[in-house]
Design a protein around this ligand. Structure first.
Ligand code: MV4
Length: 507
């Protein structure tokens, strides 16, 4: 394959496609977008040097179609493909198909994706590499149990509460917590059923349940020469239904000593599977400070920017450099944590029900200013489609201390305006005000535990700028209650309609 890479096809959409294209532009690399019929006017298409249609809106018929994506790579003369996250990013068939087509896959070797893709296999591999995993049982053959009764016997040996998990799974699908022996068999059968329908494989394994854990993940990076380093941790404990909402780096729960120990374990995990490029090892961090490997994500993650902020390095630049065969430009000891960063995922969704709110973005003001980064996939006038993830942007702030990063995030959120669709902006503003969050005292049960405060209906006082909101309300009231509106000298009359922008201002 001719090096260096001169043209990259980005097999993705939305903010991550735009983010990768930005890095390419900085490096003098040409970019190729692919897009579905729903994305003809999308930002990633407008950002690329060239763009090719790849089919109907459903991802299965476009962004997930390996043959179509590789055909565009060939036609456009792309040397490499960046898969972003989601879609084809963790499909080893795709990495393999790229390898076979002579196109560089900007990611790990397909063998490393396979080694981490199956959760029981990965668990066994990690145990033999000396990586701590949650005490548990993969079953007599390593792929589940012959019967629910056999699983129960093992569960009682481990000690309740236990977690039932799908062998083929990940991400919480088919997962069940069992704290009562009498409920075990029903839970086991339920987990099997869910695993079968989600993954076509009903194997279920057992783990001791870690109560009120934090989700702490370590960013790792490896080059083709066998050097592997860790780029410290992110705390992703603020989640709802396994969907991350706020992430930060470093974790307020991790001491320098724990950081080093977790980092070294993550490097060991990556090395054990011959990892190359950017990857993330997910851990559960227990209240007593013990930690356990859960799974490895073999891609660049959504929340990578908080790491970029604290290590002051561009991870996409590094991915491309490693794909070009260059050794990592630093050693572990060259890396240190600079300040703190927070990321809020801004979604087009009903803030109370957490349901997607697709539609046209009629008004948009995205925050900026010192140490504020908005990684956006949209523009004013663009559509949030029903077909894909309804993320509008990722808002990231940095500060020399965690408190300053948080205050800066509150400021940035106060600037953010979206009209035409519902968003979770008010939810984020509430979390940022929460004392437990501000103190860094939270775990994966944070949102559930603060439901009443975080999900109560919206009120006028919601606005960070309550005086401004009150003024807007007063003006609206005056306008609406006026019997007649005088026409301006040019013959136009001020609208008495509440625009989406105004409505949004009040939220
Ligand atoms: C666990 C656990 C407690 N004990 N495993 C959820 C998603 C999947 N990646 C693993 N998950 C969990 N596994 C044991 N043995 C608690 C969770 C969990 C969780 C983990 C990370 C972030 C949020 C979570 C929310 C609920 C449960």
């Amino acid at each position: 394959m001719p090096l260096p890479i001169k043209k990259i096809l980005i097999a993705n959409r939305g903010e991550i496609a735009v983010r990768v294209m930005r890095a390419c532009r900085e490096l003098g690399i040409k970019t190729v977008a692919v897009y579905s019929d729903a994305d003809r006017a999308a930002l990633h298409v407008r950002t690329a040097d060239e763009a090719y249609p790849i089919g109907p809106p459903p991802a299965r018929e476009s962004y997930l179609d390996i043959a179509k994506v590789l055909d565009v790579a060939k036609r456009s003369g792309a040397d490499a493909i960046h898969p972003g996250y989601g879609f084809l990013s963790e499909k080893s068939e795709f990495a393999r198909a790229c390898e076979e087509a002579g196109v560089i896959f900007i990611g790990p070797p397909s063998s490393a994706i396979d080694a981490m893709g199956d959760k029981t296999r990965a668990r066994a591999k990690m145990m033999s590499a000396g990586v701590p995993v949650v005490p548990g049982d993969n079953g007599p053959t390593g792929r589940g149990f012959p019967s629910a009764e056999a699983a129960l016997e093992s569960a009682l040996k481990i000690g309740l509460p236990v977690m039932l998990k799908a062998s083929a799974g990940g991400g919480g699908k088919g997962m069940r917590l069992v704290d009562d022996e009498k409920k075990f068999v029903a839970a086991y059968q339920g987990a099997q059923r869910e695993a079968k329908s989600a993954f076509g494989d009903d194997a279920v394994y057992l783990e001791k349940a870690v109560l009120r854990p934090r989700h702490v993940e370590i960013q790792v990076f490896a080059d083709q020469q066998g050097n592997t380093v860790y780029l410290f941790e992110r705390d992703c404990s603020i989640q709802r239904r396994h969907q991350k909402v706020i992430e930060e780096a470093p974790s307020p729960a991790v001491t320098p000593e724990l950081r080093r120990r977790m980092g070294e374990v993550a490097v060991k995990a990556a090395s054990a599977v011959g990892y190359v490029g950017a990857g993330t090892c997910e851990f559960l961090l227990a209240e007593d400070g013990s930690f356990y490997f859960l799974e490895m994500n073999t891609r660049l993650q959504v929340e990578h920017p908080v790491t970029e902020m604290i290590v002051q390095r561009d991870l996409v630049h590094l991915q491309i450099s490693v794909a070009n065969g260059h050794p990592l430009p630093f050693k572990q000891d060259d890396l240190k944590v600079h300040g703190a960063a927070v990321e809020c995922r801004i979604y087009a969704e009903d803030p109370l029900k957490f349901l997607p709110s697709p539609g046209k973005i009629t008004q948009l003001r995205q925050p900026s200013g010192p140490f504020v980064r908005d990684d956006s996939g949209v523009y004013e006038g663009s559509e949030i489609s029903v077909y894909y993830d309804p993320m509008i942007s990722k808002l990231i702030t940095w500060g020399p201390t965690r408190a300053e990063a948080i205050d800066r995030m509150a400021r940035a959120l106060s600037e953010y305006r979206v009209g035409g669709i519902k968003t979770n902006l008010a939810f984020h503003r509430r979390v940022l005000k929460n004392e437990d969050f501000r103190r860094g005292r939270y775990d994966t049960s944070f949102i559930e535990g603060h439901k009443a405060e975080l999900l109560r209906p919206l009120e006028l006082d919601e606005n960070d700028d309550s005086l401004d909101a009150a003024l807007t309300a007063a003006v609206l009231h005056a306008v609406e209650s006026a019997p007649k509106v005088a026409a301006a000298s040019d013959g136009t009359a001020p609208s008495t309609e509440r625009s989406a922008w105004q409505t949004n201002r009040l939220l």
